[in-house]
Design a protein around this ligand. Structure first.
Ligand code: GLU
Length: 269
């Protein structure tokens, strides 16, 4: 294994196909309303990357979060049917926002709502891959979410971190960027004063065990575990991935410029 820190960062500039994942907490304010400023910046960043000749796929959550806001509900419905209905409304609204802002930069978007059974049925899997490739050939930005309105437990991806890894694999992406509200992957609860951020990660299995070991660790319960898991799988499939604070989505430019930012899970060579 070759551990050449800066080289492994610099190589990210060569990434042609990039999957960017953004979660609900990054798309909405704490009061539940849509963070249009952040979405606007994200769309501008993606449009500029497309202008550079890169191919970008966006995996975006927010169907339920934005649906709750659209319908002026105080909180998520407790019933499955209620949440699935809210997702149906929120997904429309989310796509309308993306579509409108992307059109300001001359780009069209295409929506893909996926369920896990695309991985089990080879015909569906092939069609999904072909759709991604066709959209990208047409310079259209694919925007992906789980199909929350029809998914049942058996065919759920469960979380969009996992979904983003699946999309990166299906599309043979070079880079997966997971935008979140923490600066990256820490060796222990990031609130501990001596918590250390991992910059480049090469040997994940050992580190994952250490971090997940501490009882009550935020890494295990605060959404970091699913991200790290997605990145480990991506690394095994030869895809570089970065977990980074996406409060300013322009951070994606820094990653591509090889800056030491967030945690890079170096693809297995
Ligand atoms: N698919 C869900 C939504 O759009 C979010 C799932 C996740 O963020 O992991 O609301």
């Amino acid at each position: 294994m070759c551990e050449d820190f800066q080289h492994d960062r610099d190589i990210l500039s060569e990434s042609k196909r990039i999957v960017i994942k953004i979660g609900t907490s990054s798309l909405t304010y704490e009061n539940g309303r849509t963070n249009l400023r952040r979405i606007g910046t994200l769309v501008r960043v993606i449009s500029d990357l497309m202008n550079q000749g890169k191919e970008v796929i966006l995996v975006s959550s927010g169907a339920i979060g934005i649906g709750v806001n659209t319908l002026k509900m105080a909180e998520k419905p407790s019933s499955v049917a209620g949440r699935q209905a809210v997702a149906a409304v929120g997904q429309c609204n989310l796509m309308q926002i993306y579509s409108q802002i992307f059109s300001d930069y001359g780009y069209n978007v295409g929506q893909l709502l996926l369920t896990r059974d695309i991985l089990e049925r080879s015909d569906m899997k092939i069609n999904t891959i072909n759709t991604f490739n066709e959209l990208l050939d047409l310079k259209i930005i694919p925007i992906v979410n789980e199909n929350d309105s029809v998914a049942v437990d058996e065919i759920k991806f469960g979380d969009n971190d996992n979904l983003s890894y699946v999309v990166a694999t299906l599309t043979e992406a070079d880079l997966l960027v997971i935008l979140t509200d923490i600066d990256g992957y820490y060796d222990k609860n990031p609130e501990s004063p001596d918590a250390k951020l991992y910059h480049n990660v090469y040997d994940l299995s050992e580190e994952i065990e250490k971090a997940a070991g501490g009882a009550g660790s935020k890494l295990g319960t605060g959404g970091m575990l699913t991200k790290v898991h997605a990145c480990r799988l991506a690394a095994e499939r030869g895809i570089n991935s970065v977990i980074v604070n996406g409060s300013d989505p322009r951070v994606v430019f820094d990653i591509i410029d090889g800056k030491d930012i967030g945690t890079l899970f170096v693809a297995r060579k």
